[in-house]
Design a protein around this ligand. Sequence first.
Ligand code: F0G
Length: 485
Amino acid sequence: MGENPTDLQPDQSNSSALKKLTSVIALRCVECSSLYPGVGDQPRYRCDCGGVLDVETKIHHPMQQEPPLQVGFEALTTSESDVKSFAGANWRQLFEERASLSPNWPVNVDAQLPNRSGVWRYRELILPIPEQYIVSRPEGNTGLYPVGRENCGNHRAGHRQIGHYVELDHLFLKHEGENPTGSFKDRGMTVGITMANLLGARAVACASTGNTSASLASYAAQLGLPCIVFLPSTNVAGGKLAQSLAYGATTVQIQGDFDDAMRLVEQVCKELGIYLLNSLNPFRIEGQKAIGFELLQQLDWEAPDWLVLPAGNLGNTSAIGKAFRQAYQVGLITHMPRVAAIQASGANPFFRSFMGGFSYREHVKAQTIATAIKIGDPVSFSRARQVIEESNGVVEEVTDEEILAAKTVIDRSGIGCEPASAATLAGARKLVEHGIIKREERVVGILTGNLLKDSQTGIPQLKQCDAIKASIEAVRRALANKISL
Ligand code: F0G
């Protein structure tokens, strides 16, 4: 680290891109609305009042043609909503073209990368920077599985079991575990690491329950940037820890839980001049918005009635909610989906606050088998509260038993997910049972992480099946009472 370690060192060639970016983005405090420049000499993650920050962007509409000219009486009746729906049509056309024109196996990788990425395809709504600065795998383009009792297609009897379990006719599961490092974190990380690159950061860091660290380690390695990850000393799933180590991140396990690691990393980054890439960094949130844009595009821009997702540090709730708000504002969709954030009952500060009408902010000492969401003091609390309030959303809690039962249903369907992701299904089931989600409503649930991240929790272990002799008789005996052929 240099003498004045907190200074960023942008490359001279980046300075015009940074100047341009400064003219179109700003950071707004979620608590007191104070405004800061989008890019400064030093990175800013919080307002002077301690509140978290949100990126505000001047969005340039892709008006490829002028709105149709109205004459006479009709001209007087052209309303704001006509203009909005015209702009919406242009956005849709742009995103459709990008999705359909990008070849699967581009020869000139750099030239095609932004359109191939399920994040940068929506770049005007994510981070308006010149394409040559983008650092991408690419990411996104994750599956949206129709699994409801009615919308489940042919040859999907296993998937339909999920619809029966929640008793929903029109249910989709969007599997963010299909991202390059196996979780939704890659969506935010491509934007976060792009900013780190643009700003000339010399090292990056995060605290994590495992997925953020795996993602950051991978993207930092791609860029060739030193990376430090802070993990709780226990309760990090083996697959996630293995990723951080394998990708070469300096991996520090601390005595304490995620909340302790989060407090520490903020201080470490400030003191040592390291660029912080937790979702406290508002540019991470901008990338994660792409989950919302992509699922809307997959639904042909017909917004679902509900979006259900697991909630821990609350970055994702904030991001997807913001995406829906912006999609509505620019005319991509005609109504805002309601957002349902699901917490584990042993790690439920947001649920408790919701039950109290958000009149106070709760903290808890977190405990749950869903280690990814074992968080007692979520950083994006205020951002997520806004989303729940403005979308007329809800917060629900589910027990570890309910999470494991839902995970078994998702796993047995052949889709599979890590434990925290199953909170989505457990929560949707509960909300249907309570009559909050109606059986005929269209619901999208987010599966946040890949099954292989945690190969222990809720999965029958090998030791339960004794090895048998390699003979047909032994196979017959082993299958008796298990399968009727
Ligand atoms: N699901 C998975 C698989 C996660 O890894 C996380 C968060 C969440 C859900 C909750 O998302 O925090 O945005 O509300 N994992 C973070 C991490 C905390 O460090 O990997 P959130």
